[in-house]
Design a protein around this ligand. Structure first.
Ligand code: ADP
Ligand code: ZN
Length: 432
């Protein structure tokens, strides 16, 4: 089950030496970029003096805002002629950022993705239906190149158009899906509405869930509804895209590929390092990238290091599933809440359908929290008392997770707006 044995099960001491070696090369490349040349100069940093991985903490972190300010060429470390492709973030939170790739960058990235896919059991006989959008978004081409490298037959169908997705699923007997978790839930509902049983009439074995935070409960739901194994895939366009960290068959945290990325987990406010097991913001330094090397990039994603060794034997450390982004958190009556906490409760309840949204508002200077939840059609034909009891139960379960009692509103399946891309779960109308 191992794609690159020399690297994936490498002894930790050797892995750290390899990182130090690659870090030096990265720092040298950074000197070719106007942005880092300035950073080194203004902070009196001699990049040659940063020899150990601990010493990177002397370099100020790079933010998405810095990338935007550096547009167009502030972060380019090669000549323009060496760039073969650009990618850009989906712009969930503002103007997009652009990353340049050399031919070797694409090659390294494809290999990281191939390694990740192989780890979950994807093989050359597989039919790989890539349901992520192609184009600037990295989930399309990034995954595509990795799956092709393994030799799978890729269907580059892209996101959305559910009827067409189902047609391909049926006629090509697709075995692997790459899909956004919220869309996976919706897709299973729509397949059933088409009169098919996704567990019996399709041939899906492996589902790769990426691009947005999702809970263990959502994973289980996806697995159950397709009768397949679902694996968590983490990446971001600033670090190539998919293939940064991925679950192995043990489904217990994601191995972060430390030969390609140097990771730190820090307290978001002070940037002090977190201990293993302590939740903090993930900072990543590229160790392989030629065209756009990035140092201590602030991902804004919250996770922690899982220290215990993985039974699969890989030595690359695991991070826990992403709890959310630092800017996803909302404060309601003084309580900090992450959408994933609400998702976890909802997805654990069998009467809840595949979609929900969280609406924050202000009413006479008082904040309100309303959760609109799609419920299964059967409940609409039940008696009102049963529905009320169910509503009461759900409110209670939510309260014990988020410590405040939300208003819960039930809606019919299909009533809430569904996106084919990343789901928009929180609508905060308090600031409007
Ligand atoms: P944008 O930052 O505009 O959304 P990207 O397409 O690069 O652009 O998205 C990367 C972000 O998506 C990550 O920083 C993270 O917040 C989220 N993400 C990607 N994969 C996962 C995952 N498996 N679990 C949770 N969040 C994820
Ligand atoms: Zn493992």
């Amino acid at each position: 089950m191992i794609w690159n044995k020399a690297i994936e099960v490498m002894a930790r001491e050797d892995l750290i030496k390899l990182q130090e070696n690659k870090l030096q090369k990265t720092l040298m490349r950074c000197q070719n970029t106007p942005y880092y040349r300035n950073i080194f100069k203004n902070n009196h940093i001699d990049p040659c003096s940063i020899r150990t991985v601990e010493n990177v903490k002397h370099i100020p972190p790079t933010t998405k805002e810095d990338l935007r300010k550096g547009f167009p060429l502030g972060f380019l470390a090669t000549s323009r002629d060496e760039v073969v492709r650009i990618h850009s973030s989906s712009g969930t939170t503002g103007t997009p950022t652009v990353i340049y790739h050399s031919s070797k960058d694409i090659d390294t990235w494809s290999d990281l993705v191939a390694r990740s896919l192989y780890m979950t059991g994807v093989r050359n006989g597989d039919v790989f239906q890539n349901m992520m959008s192609y184009g600037l978004f990295t989930g399309g081409l990034g995954m595509h190149y990795g799956a092709e490298r393994i030799g799978s037959m890729v269907i580059p169908i892209g996101a959305g158009n559910t009827k067409r997705q189902i047609w391909f699923l049926r006629h090509f007997r697709s075995t692997v899906l790459h899909i956004i978790p919220s869309y996976a839930l919706l897709l299973s509902t729509l397949i059933k509405a088409d009169g098919l049983d996704p567990r019996k009439n399709l041939n899906i074995h492996i589902i790769l869930l990426g691009a947005e935070p999702h809970s263990e409960e959502t994973r289980r739901r996806v697995q159950d509804s397709f009768s397949a194994q679902a694996y968590n895939s983490y990446g971001l366009s600033e670090m190539n895209g998919p293939g940064v960290a991925f679950e192995c068959i043990h489904q217990n945290g994601m191995h972060l590929w430390e030969d390609a990325y140097l990771m730190e987990i820090v307290k978001p406010d002070t940037l002090e390092p977190c201990k293993p097991g302590e939740l903090g913001e993930l900072l990543l330094t590229t160790l392989e990238r030629e065209a756009t090397p990035l140092l201590r990039y602030r991902t804004k994603d919250l996770t922690y290091i899982m220290e215990d060794p993985c039974p699969c034997g890989r030595t690359h450390q695991r991070i826990a599933r992403i709890q959310g982004r630092t800017d996803d958190m909302f404060i309601f009556r003084g309580v900090n809440i992450f959408p994933i906490q609400i998702e976890k409760v909802l997805m654990n309840v069998s009467e809840v359908g595949s979609n929900y949204r969280i609406i924050l508002d202000r009413d006479d200077f008082k904040d309100t929290l309303r959760i609109e939840v799609e419920i299964i059609p059967e409940l609409f034909f039940g008696d009102l008392l049963r529905l009320e009891r169910f509503q009461e139960r759900l409110r209670g379960e939510l309260r014990s997770e988020i410590l405040v009692t939300p208003e819960v509103v039930f809606v019919e399946p299909g009533r809430l707006p569904a996106t084919e891309g990343k789901a928009v779960r929180v609508i905060d109308q308090r600031k409007l």
